[in-house]
Write a protein that binds this ligand. Structure first.
Ligand code: NAD
Length: 254
């Protein structure tokens, strides 16, 4: 799908990977709805992009908010061709232990935002994308989900996060098969470790040592490298139902 002139919703577009994706797609001529729960960050990003970008405050776990984000795209730009699901949280805490109820809440929240939120947005956006006129090969649009290598290789403290991202991995192929007849492709990216505000809480020496453990290029990923892959997914019609690791061959082990 050519990106120029197309309309995308980018969830989590106010920060990190989502912000880089919004910049990249907008730079390629797309019209972009930034759907983020953080109004200050989302507004700032919309202002940075200028024309053909708008911010819609969206909690991805809410059906009403998701529907409002789709409506914002249709009202302002008249179309919807793509969704990039980047909204997410990484609770990063052990889920087993004495204070169980709190841990259950934390586990549920990760699943609610990372997995159910991704599905919620995907469901609502795909209904609108189905109404677009088909282009070459009958293509109407594309959806990109953000999983994580934690889905395959979760570390201590990542059980909730890993489970939520494992769900994103597992649903991508069946949903791609289901939406294929509507001309919508669905692809997931499983990033390794990227330099974003989500990682900023980590001490610098930990970030440096994690970077060194990446076989190549021995550093953390840059958000632009993630955004470049999103662009490639949008443009390559043969890519569908796949989960692509973008991790420099990082394998954490136990
Ligand atoms: P980030 O914290 O910089 O950005 C996440 C964005 O999601 C924020 O703007 C936040 O406001 C938004 N968000 C959180 N909860 C939301 C909700 N309920 N509704 C709408 N928006 C919400 O993080 P990032 O590193 O850019 O992460 C983006 C995605 O990539 C996440 O799904 C994350 O799990 C995934 N990921 C990141 C890395 C990494 O190393 N940074 C690695 C693997 C996967």
């Amino acid at each position: 799908m050519l990106i120029d002139g197309k309309v995308f919703i980018v969830t989590g577009g106010g920060s990190g990977l989502g912000a880089a994706v919004a910049r990249q797609l907008h730079g390629e001529g797309a019209r972009v709805v930034l759907a983020d729960v953080n109004a200050a960050a989302g507004q700032q990003m919309a202002e940075e992009l200028g024309g053909n970008a708008l911010f819609q405050k969206t909690d991805v776990t809410s059906e009403a908010d998701g529907a409002a984000a789709v409506a914002a795209a249709l009202d302002r730009f008249g179309h919807l061709h793509g969704l990039v699901n980047c909204a997410g949280i990484a609770p990063g805490e052990k889920v087993l232990g004495r204070d169980g109820p709190h841990r259950l809440e934390s586990f549920s929240r990760a699943v609610a935002i990372n997995l159910i939120g991704t599905f919620n947005m995907l469901r609502l956006a795909s209904e609108a994308i189905q109404r677009e006129e088909p282009g070459e090969d009958g293509e109407r649009g594309v959806i990109v989900n953000t999983a994580s290598v934690a889905a395959f290789d979760g570390q201590i403290g990542q059980a909730a996060y890993a489970a939520s991202k494992g769900g994103v991995v597992s649903m991508t192929l069946p949903i791609a098969r289901e939406l294929a007849r509507h001309g919508i492709r669905v692809v997931a990216i499983a990033p390794g470790i990227f330099e974003t505000p989500m990682m900023a809480g980590m001490p610098q020496e930990v970030q440096d040592s994690l970077g060194k453990s990446v076989p190549f290029p021995q550093r953390l990923g840059k958000p632009d490298e993630f955004a470049a892959l999103v662009q490639h997914i949008c443009e390559n019609r043969m890519l569908n139902g796949e989960v692509i690791r973008l991790d420099g061959a990082l394998r954490m082990g136990a």
